[in-house]
Design a protein around this ligand. Structure first.
Ligand SMILES: [Zn+2]
Length: 196
C-alpha cells in the first residue's frame, strides 16, 4: 500500500467521516495544496505536498481537510455567501426606490445605486471572509485532534502550515493575506500556542 494510503487508513479510524484520499499533480494550478471535495467525500493532496511533508505533517493536513468534510463547511460557507448576495440586491433596490422618490436624475441614481451595491457587496464579502476564517480555525483544531488520536504528532501542524504557505519571500504572500485563508503567521501562532 502507498504511504498516503497507509496514513489515510489510520486517519479513517480516528474520524467519523468515511472519506477517500486521492493524490493529484495540482489543485487549481497549485502544486502545493490540499483540499476537501464534499462531492464524493474526497480529500485531494498534491504530489508536491506528499513529497515534502513528513507522515505527521501529512496526517495533520489530511485531518484538516477531513474536518472540513465532517463539519459540512462548504455548504455552510455557500449559505452565508448567498445570504450576503441577496442582502446586496435588496439594498440596491431600496436605494433605487428612495432616489426615484426624491427625484434625482438618472446619472445620480445610477451612481447612488452602484455605490451602495459596492459597499454592501464588500460588507457581505467580509462576512463570508470572517466565516471562512472561523471555519479554517475549526478545521485546524479538529484536524489536529483527528491526527493526534490516530497517533501522529500534533506539533507537526505548525510545521506543515509553514511548509505549505512558504516563507516571507513567497511572491504569493500578499495574495494569500487577502485571500480567504488566514495568514500562515496567524495559523502558526494559533497552533503552536495550543501545543505548548
Ligand atoms: Zn482549510
Amino acid at each position: 500500500m502507498s504511504r498516503l494510503g497507509r496514513i489515510a487508513n489510520r486517519l479513517r479510524r480516528a474520524s467519523n467521516e468515511s472519506f477517500w484520499v486521492e493524490q493529484t499533480d495540482q489543485i487549481e494550478g497549485d502544486p502545493m495544496q490540499a483540499a476537501a471535495f464534499p462531492d464524493g467525500n474526497k480529500v485531494k493532496v498534491t504530489t508536491g505536498l506528499v513529497n515534502r511533508l513528513t507522515d505527521d505533517e501529512l496526517a495533520y493536513v489530511i485531518g484538516h481537510e477531513i474536518a472540513h468534510l465532517e463539519g459540512g463547511h462548504a455548504a455552510r460557507l455557500e449559505r452565508t455567501h448567498d445570504a450576503g448576495l441577496s442582502i446586496a440586491k435588496a439594498s440596491v433596490r431600496a436605494v433605487d426606490r428612495a432616489l426615484e422618490r426624491s427625484g434625482v436624475g438618472m446619472g445620480g441614481r445610477i451612481v447612488g445605486a452602484l455605490t451602495s451595491a459596492v459597499i454592501t457587496g464588500a460588507a457581505a464579502g467580509l462576512g463570508s471572509l470572517k466565516q471562512s476564517r472561523d471555519l479554517e480555525r475549526e478545521a485546524d483544531d479538529r484536524g489536529q485532534e483527528i491526527s493526534s488520536s490516530a497517533g501522529y504528532d500534533p506539533e507537526a501542524a505548525a510545521s506543515a502550515i509553514a511548509k505549505i504557505d512558504g516563507g516571507l519571500n513567497d511572491p504569493g504572500l500578499i495574495q494569500k493575506l487577502t485571500s480567504t485563508h488566514p495568514s500562515s503567521c496567524e495559523r502558526y501562532l494559533n497552533l503552536s500556542g495550543k501545543s505548548h
